[in-house]
Structure formats: structure tokens, C-alpha cells
Design a protein around this ligand. Sequence first.
Ligand SMILES: [Zn+2]
Length: 245
Amino acid sequence: MKLVKVKGIVIKEVQYKENDKIITIMTDKLGKISCMAKAAKKNNSPLLSTSQFLVYSEFLLYKGTNFYHVNSAEMIDSFYSLRVDYEKLNKAFEVTKILNKLAYEEEEKTGILSLYLNTLFIIQKMDKQFDFVRGVFILKLLCLLGYAPNMYKCLSCNKKMLENNKTDIKHYYDKTTNAATCSNCYSKKNEINKKHFSEISEAALYSVLYVISSDIKKTYSFEIKGKTLNEFYNFVNDYYLSQML
Ligand SMILES: [Zn+2]
């Protein structure tokens, strides 16, 4: 029996038979995986706490016919202060739902576990607005999954979007493809086509490009609020919806 050692956090748990659980773990090495946690519901089970939703542990796993099986686990962080606060827990549920929806099983993409853990730490600390956290999380997650939006250059003329550093220049993006369009190319569109575009300010566009290119550890290291945050949030939501279609 070959054992695999991974670090991972439980992002879903489903009861199976009387005492077993099937848990979904976001891992560092294997991506998102389903695991059988035998007898995990028994009161004396060593997996009782480590097989719970939002518990981060080091797991020893082996591969069975249909599932990985948990051999043993050692807890690293239980995110205790998050799970005892209803408001924080709801926010954690929201980002976890998005993660479960977007990440496919056993597709190894690096960085997703780090991004998700950082997101939970930020929700736990509550020092950022949730619209900001949710927006950054979705955008960076889509980038890590290989779906970064095309926002550096104008899709029509290939001109760099932030080249001139003039804050009075208007920028646009096509809501159907979420690709950037410069004001010059936008002005040439007919009125019907223009309906597919939204304006995005220099500051919001800069934030989008920052998230796309940033190191995962620094993804949340910037601040936006008010109108810029709204624009950033709307852009991410439009992009998220276009990816779900
Ligand atoms: Zn252009």
C-alpha cells in the first residue's frame, strides 16, 4: 500500500453509510480530491476532527479503486475563530462554494490551496471588505485555473491599455468576452455593439492587472474602496458569469 503525504483542507463533507464520510480536500500536491474517511463519525475516531469542514491538516492517503482513503491525519489549523463566528463562517461558505464550483477534481494547478488559505486568514481577520475579498479570490482563482482575462492590450488594435498613464483616458471591456478595448476602438463601434461594453476606470483596471500578475502571497496586498471597488467587483462578477456560461 503506497502512502501519499499531502497538506490539505476539507472543503466538503458528505456522510456515507453509518459512520463513514466522503470528504473533498483541496490539497497542495493532488489538487481537489475526494477521499473516503472510514469510521470518521465515530466518537473515538482519530479522524473525527481532521475530517471536518474547514480543518487544515497533513494527511497520509492511499489510493483505492474509486477514491483516495485517509490513512491518518494531523491537524495544522482548525480555523477555530472563523467557525465560531456566524458572519465569518458565512463568508467562508461563500468562497468555498465558488472553489468547489470552479476547481475540477484531480486537476493539479499550483497555488490554489495557498490562495484559499490566505483568503480564509483574511476573512478570519475581518480587516478587508468582503466584496474586495470575494472579487480578488474569484479573479485570482480563475487565473490559476488558466482563465485569466485578456486585459493588458486592446483586443482590436493590440495597444497596451495602461501605456500612457493618463487618468482621464477611458477604458472599456467587452462583457461577452471580457477582453479590454481602448477608447479609440470603442468609439468606432456601432450603438448596438456598444451595449456589450462596460467602462472601467484606470484605477479599477490597474487593480485587475495587479491581481492577474501578483504573487499569491501578495494578491490581497492592495486597497481599493468606493467607486473603484464597485467597478472592480462588477468587472469580476461579469467575468465570473461569462466563465460559468
Ligand atoms: Zn484599440
